[in-house]
Design a protein around this ligand. Structure first.
Ligand code: SF4
Ligand code: SF4
Length: 211
């Protein structure tokens, strides 16, 4: 499996050993981000770094292992409950005038958020290049949750990543993307056209708008 080096800038103490040992000058960059075009994946820099700031990562990741639908549904319910617990804890933290209680509620909110994120990763969102994650980003791009949503960053992720499980394909402009809930086929129709599943003919409530 081909690997390349990546540097964690928060751990880097600028000892510059990686610059010294790299046989290809890949670590010597203006912005401190290792040049992926030059890196040949030898791993010498990671071995030399005294701060553990360099990791060797695969260039391509295999698709995430599939889980049973019932397991995914249960994980989604648990994640939803964790999100509710976070909201309740934050509300109490905002309302209380007791510093100890506020601190406790903030800790519970943080813990609930971390648990929800972990559960959702396990439920199929481990990698940004999975169909699940890319469809989610596309949905956010199509229906931004607020004026501060970073549409440029979302667009950049979708155009630079390649989906690794065939679950996402770029939507053509002027179209809507649907998923058939009966046969799971994904398809596009032009804006304003009635969506009908090309595989089984399903319409209406049997279709989910996904982008
Ligand atoms: S060897 Fe490690 S700590 Fe030193 S400059 Fe390179 S990445 Fe940073
Ligand atoms: S893995 Fe090898 S080529 Fe790549 S940056 Fe490190 S030392 Fe240089």
């Amino acid at each position: 499996m081909k690997r390349i080096a990546v540097r964690n800038l928060r751990l880097c103490t600028k000892d510059c050993l990686c610059l010294y040992v790299c046989p290809n000058g890949a670590t010597d960059t203006e912005n401190s981000i290792i040049d992926t075009e030059k890196c040949i994946g030898c791993g010498v820099c990671a071995d030399a770094c005294p701060s553990g700031a360099i990791s060797m990562v695969p260039v391509e990741y295999p698709p995430q292992q599939k889980k049973d639908d019932a397991v995914i549904a249960a994980m989604n319910r648990v994640a939803e409950n964790k999100a509710k617990a976070e909201n309740v804890a934050m509300q109490i933290a905002r309302d209380t005038d007791k510093p100890g209680l506020r601190k406790l509620m903030k800790a519970i909110a943080r813990s609930s958020r971390l648990s929800a994120e972990d559960i959702l990763r396990e439920a199929g969102y481990m990698l940004p290049q999975s169909g699940n994650s890319m469809n989610m980003i596309q949905n956010l791009l199509d229906n931004p949750p607020g004026p501060g949503f970073p549409s440029d960053a979302a667009e950049s992720i979708l155009s630079s990543l390649e989906c690794n499980d065939g679950g996402y394909s770029r939507k053509s402009s002027g179209t809507r993307r649907y998923k058939c809930l009966l046969c799971q086929t994904e398809f596009e129709v032009a804006e304003g056209e009635e969506p009908v599943c090309p595989m089984c003919g399903a319409k209406g409530d049997n279709l989910e708008l996904i982008g």
